[in-house]
Write a protein of this length. Structure first.
Length: 83
């Protein structure tokens, strides 16, 4: 049988033949991406926690860093995945 006339499922059944375009260009992921995302989330959690502590202990420092009370409250209310 001529390979050009063979059906796609028949060709895919042969050993070493890629099944489709997804198999050919499958990206290889590493753990670096999830680790960097988690690290960014942790930095945000820590920053917002410190901002909340500063706003409670020394509210006058909020003015010194150029933020309003409303901006601080909005930042503290964000979830860890929000920018």
């Amino acid at each position: 049988m001529n390979d050009t006339l063979a059906s796609a499922p028949h060709q895919a059944a042969r050993p070493g033949t890629p099944v489709g375009p997804a198999e050919v260009s499958r990206p290889h992921y590493s753990l670096a991406t999830p680790r960097s995302v988690i690290a960014a989330w942790r930095r945000r959690i820590r920053f917002r926690w410190e901002l909340e502590q500063m706003s409670r202990a020394n509210p006058h420092l909020i003015d010194d860093i150029g933020l309003t009370r409303r901006q601080v409250e909005a930042e503290i209310a964000k979830r860890f995945w929000q920018r």
